[in-house]
Design a binder for this molecule. Structure first.
Ligand code: HEM
Length: 130
């Protein structure tokens, strides 16, 4: 979200006009560095959030809150990455950029809630074992 804010504020949104890769391919070059970094961090974040959602379903002590926020996080991250492609394709249409920011906030909220629920679960398990 921090890098996205910088991309937007610095007017760098269309420096990398292709999707999913920049014209330099899988590696960055100076021209596309900031936008490339936004996408690389988004891809890593996406993989980690999807892995978290899968473990919310398969961890033995998981509960319905963890499953709900973990799954919503995965749904929002996939939506956000798809929306990122549309933002580029439609040349930074204001409505899409605003929705991209809104989904980013919802995504952050789900990741934070998942973390809080996981810590609460961890604490309860430790107390039950004392
Ligand atoms: C986890 C995934 C992502 C998150 C959390 C995220 C978050 C953000 C945020 C918070 C902004 C600033 C919006 C604003 O200030 O109004 C932004 C801007 C932007 N994002 Fe993302 N983003 C993600 C993925 C992507 C992807 C995959 C792409 C494209 C391939 C993309 C393309 C853009 C572009 C072009 C802007 C600049 C818009 C402008 O110039 O106004 N984002 N992003």
């Amino acid at each position: 979200m921090f890098i996205g804010g910088y991309v937007s504020a610095a007017g760098l949104g269309l420096t990398c006009p292709d999707w999913p890769l920049c014209p330099s391919g899988i590696f960055p070059n100076e021209k596309y560095l900031i936008e490339w970094t936004h996408r690389a961090v988004a891809a890593t974040t996406g993989a980690l959030i999807i892995a978290t959602a899968v473990s919310c379903w398969f961890t033995k002590n998981s509960n319905k809150y963890l499953k709900l926020t973990g799954t919503l996080g995965a749904v929002f991250v996939v939506t956000q990455i798809t929306l990122g492609a549309l933002v580029i394709d439609l040349k930074l249409h204001a409505l899409l950029v605003a929705i991209h920011l809104g989904i980013g906030i919802l995504l952050f909220a789900m990741v934070l809630l998942t973390t809080l629920f996981a810590f609460r679960l961890g604490k309860a398990t430790i107390q039950a074992n004392i």
